[in-house]
Design a protein around this ligand. Structure first.
Ligand SMILES: Nc1ncnc2c1ncn2[C@@H]1O[C@H](COP(=O)(O)OP(=O)(O)OP(=O)(O)O)[C@@H](O)[C@H]1O
Length: 263
């Protein structure tokens, strides 16, 4: 890619996407995503299956490389370093450092099955940041308490419900002290009665001021907790605005038509 990049405004903007394109071989999945996520905002992303929501989150988290456009996290280009007027791809080591700042929670919890809940939460700070085991254990205990699982610290994932495992996964992401949390359909794999506990944890996190991008079908959460909502379709942003507006104002007909078919 060529350069001529100005630094995004990091004081108020956490993520800025300018004309972001992403293809897999001949298949163009993201076709020019323009959006901005403010610091402290809960930013909800909805859209049909295959519209590119997960791919976009993965681009933000350095799991995929964009093909064109500009993507910034906290004022810094994702995947590239600018030197003069040229852009250089980041080395793996540099990418690993940047990824520390971003927590990601997936639909499937991906906990280590042979570790207890506490060990799962401790692991990354010890291995990646070199935090002492004693310090990491203390902090992991606090985080498990924060997600309502202090009494499950010694349980293995197989001894926890899906909702409890997902709350451990959130605690694990928080253990790295991220400045941005990405949620990719965090409640989609859960039995309906377990969804509320996970959403409660996410609501608390939002109230603490965490910047969150949430791919979700939970429109109650989007309406009550979200600050912004984007409806994506076919790799582009179709409609966007405040969730209550996008979800109820007839002007946002395409979002509402989509939701009436899927909900
Ligand atoms: N690594 C990959 N290689 C090839 N194609 C991919 C890859 N990752 C995603 N795709 C394709 O990109 C398109 C968008 O996928 P993506 O998972 O981003 O959509 P989504 O909106 O998150 O869908 P869902 O709601 O079903 O998770 C799909 O057609 C998918 O098959």
């Amino acid at each position: 890619m060529t350069a001529n990049v100005t630094k995004a405004d990091s004081a108020t903007t956490m993520v800025k996407s300018e004309g972001v394109h992403k293809s897999f071989g001949p298949i163009e999945v993201l076709k020019g995503i323009d959006l901005e996520v403010k610091s402290g905002e809960v930013f909800c992303l909805i859209g049909p299956s295959g519209s590119g929501k997960s791919t976009f989150l993965r681009c933000i988290n350095h799991l995929e490389k964009i093909n064109a456009g500009r993507l910034y996290v906290d004022g810094e280009l994702v995947g590239y370093r600018q030197h003069g007027d040229k852009l250089y791809e980041l080395r793996d080591r540099e990418v690993a450092l940047k990824r520390r700042d971003i927590g990601m929670v997936f639909q499937r919890f991906n906990l280590f099955p042979h570790m207890t809940a506490l060990e799962n939460v401790m692991e990354a700070p010890v291995q990646v940041k070199g935090v002492s085991r004693a310090q990491a254990r203390e902090r992991a205990g606090q985080l498990l308490e924060r997600v309502g699982l202090a009494d499950k610290a010694k349980n293995y994932p197989s001894q926890l419900s899906g909702g409890q495992q997902q709350r451990v996964a959130i605690a694990r992401a928080l253990a790295m002290d991220p400045k941005l949390m990405l949620f990719d359909e965090p409640t989609s794999a859960l039995d309906p009665e377990l969804v509320g506990d996970v959403l409660d944890v996410m609501r608390d996190l939002a109230e603490s001021g965490m910047t969150m991008i949430v791919v979700t079908h939970e429109m109650g959460f989007a309406r009550e907790v979200g600050d912004s909502l984007v409806f994506m379709d076919g790799g582009v942003v179709v409609e966007s605005g405040h969730p209550r507006d996008v979800l109820t104002n007839p002007q946002h007909e395409r979002t509402q038509s989509f939701l009436s078919k899927v909900l």
